[in-house]
Design a binder for this molecule. Structure first.
Ligand SMILES: C[S@@+](CC[C@H](N)C(=O)[O-])C[C@H]1O[C@@H](n2cnc3c(N)ncnc32)[C@H](O)[C@@H]1O
Length: 297
């Protein structure tokens, strides 16, 4: 006789339960429209290119290979990893020359200190919930050699995407305003199908939203608000990487402009974190690191 309860309480959905089907469903779209990037990404890659050329690069959440054509061309020692099988297949078709593998950011099959650059682009890290985000950052710290670089983009808790819901419903701390009600009505008339999908998605996932001020779980306009994503403020992002063994951190907004400490950068829906693995025996000094992250003047 089984000792399991006859009517088990279903587990609460987590971000991955919601996001995994979206990644699979949009693999074909990513495969055909994969030449997007923004000034921030171009600036960051330009700044790192000389240092990481011909080194060991790990491109996490590689999707359909968009970034394989950017940083993958800097070295023959490039590996792209994604945990969505349809995206791994799409990346292999787009980039037959590249080493693309199925793998999870939270449990990487790479040796300690074996990688020179870990790259996780297009706010891919934000589809992990808070606990898994921390696991992924620990994994990046493990596989990077001391002094190695970690670069990722992340959604800004202080930026315009946070709380940008398709209806007069509000994000925590953002009550409905006449502007939001007007925008809701206008979208319903101009884009009814998209509007209804987005509205339904937000309503459906509202109970998963959290707001801790310096980080939050919410949704975002991309993919009709179907994803559950993580937001973080610039200052909290600095503290987060420092707590995971990184230093010399620099933040860059979507326009490629530096974000200084205490600048909320509320103009930027996402920003880039560029940081360096501290040696294990070196104590954390907040945002200070062993060597500054290179910048191009
Ligand atoms: C926003 S897409 C970005 C794709 C690609 N980097 C780009 O910029 O076009 C995020 C990607 O991260 C992948 N991903 C999300 N969580 C992951 C995890 N835990 N491990 C590996 N890949 C993950 C998804 O499958 C998806 O392909």
């Amino acid at each position: 006789m089984s000792d399991r309860p006859a009517n088990p309480v279903p587990a609460a959905p987590v971000a991955a339960d919601v996001n995994d089907p979206v990644w699979t469903a949009t693999a074909a779209t990513y495969q055909t429209h994969f030449n997007w990037n923004d000034a921030g990404e171009r600036v960051v890659i330009r700044q790192l290119a000389d240092e990481v050329r011909d080194s060991r690069i790990l491109d996490v959440g590689v999707g359909a290979g968009r970034t394989s054509w950017l940083i993958g061309l800097l070295t023959a020692r490039y590996t792209g990893v994604d945990y969505t099988p349809a995206r791994v297949e799409a990346a292999r078709q787009n980039c037959p020359w590249a080493d693309i593998r199925l793998g999870d950011a939270c449990s990487l099959e790479f040796a300690d200190r074996s990688v020179d650059l870990v790259f996780f682009s297009n706010a891919g890290i934000d589809s992990l919930d808070h606990a898994n985000r921390s696991r992924a950052l620990s994994e990046f710290a493990r596989v990077l050699r001391p002094g190695g670089l970690l670069v990722y983009s992340t959604l800004n808790r202080s930026g315009p995407f946070f709380g940008a819901h398709p209806g007069p419903v509000h994000a925590p701390g953002k009550p409905p305003s006449p502007y939001r009600v007007g925008r809701f009505a206008a979208r319903a008339v101009l884009h009814p199908a998209m509007h209804l999908t987005g509205f339904r998605n937000v309503r459906h996932h509202t109970d998963l939203f959290e707001d801790h001020q310096d980080w939050a779980i919410d949704t975002m306009p991309t993919h009709d608000w179907s994803l559950i994503v993580h937001y973080v403020t610039p200052d909290a992002a600095r503290a987060e990487v420092a707590a995971h063994g990184f230093g010399g951190t620099r933040l860059v907004d979507h326009l490629g402009l530096p974000i200084d400490p205490s600048d909320a950068a509320d103009r930027s829906a996402w920003f880039y974190v560029v940081t360096r693995r501290r040696p294990n025996d070196e104590p954390s000094q907040g945002n200070e690191g062993p060597a500054p992250v290179p910048a191009v003047s």
